[in-house]
Write a protein that binds this ligand. Structure first.
Ligand SMILES: Nc1ncnc2c1ncn2[C@@H]1O[C@H](COP(=O)(O)OP(=O)(O)OP(=O)(O)O)[C@@H](O)[C@H]1O
Ligand SMILES: [Mg+2]
Length: 203
């Protein structure tokens, strides 16, 4: 949808440009040897503004709500997302759902949508997986979500190695969103054993 495109453009393009701008400013700050402290101060201010802009972009892009979530609810929005992934990749998505209410707290609907969306984006970008299993069920008073792939898993050193010059934010923001809703979030990975994201949000 339109909002999703804006949201992804903000995150992927403008966000990345700002991150490289911040790196450029770091370089300039290192190289400025002049005793001109007022110049250093200006560079520091420019860096602070860049960091603020990166954070603002993330907030806006993650806050934009696909209009389908409001008109049709979570499950049809997810199915639509899966259809889009199907068109773009060869990854097979296996979706299992049980007892999910048609509508619930809009914030919680949005967070679950975002976790699945970012989880899938990561599967596409990093995993080389053939299959992705998305389970979404209601258990007692919680929504339980898992996104699991059969790809390469995290790097052997356990570090979340991002592409050069890029700060990985997807998992950090995902976790932050879930915690904000009093939920729990965890990630497991074995080298060669894929990645398993898990979130539980009380409703
Ligand atoms: N499904 C996955 N399979 C393999 N590696 C993964 C998977 N998901 C995440 N990773 C690894 O974890 C890192 C961190 O993920 P995260 O989503 O935080 O950042 P990113 O995808 O690199 O960048 P961003 O989400 O900010 O665009 C990735 O760079 C990648 O190395
Ligand atoms: Mg990511």
């Amino acid at each position: 949808s339109h909002n999703r495109k804006i949201s992804m453009d903000l995150h992927d393009h403008i966000g990345q440009t700002l991150v490289t701008l911040k790196i450029d400013l770091d370089l300039i700050a290192d190289r400025v040897k002049s005793p001109d402290t007022s110049l250093k101060l200006v560079i520091e201010k420019a860096k602070a503004k860049t960091i603020q802009a990166i954070e603002d972009i993330e907030k806006i892009s993650h806050g934009l709500r696909p209009s389908m979530l409001d008109t049709l609810g979570l499950l049809p929005s997810l199915r639509d997302l899966f259809e889009e992934v199907k068109k773009q990749t060869n990854i097979e998505i296996h979706f299992f759902t049980r007892d999910i209410p048609k509508r619930f707290d809009p914030e919680k609907e949005l967070t679950i949508f975002r976790v699945v969306q970012e989880g899938l984006t990561n599967v596409i970008k990093h995993s080389r997986a053939k299959n992705c299993f998305v389970n979404l069920i209601k258990k007692d008073n919680s929504i339980v979500l898992s996104v699991e792939d059969d790809g390469v898993g995290f790097k052997a050193n356990g570090k979340l190695g991002a592409s050069k010059g890029k700060i990985p934010l997807g998992l950090i923001f995902m976790k932050e969103r879930v915690i904000q809703l009093n939920g729990e979030f965890s990630i497991e990975s074995r080298v060669g054993g894929g990645v398993h994201l898990f979130a539980e949000i009380p409703i």
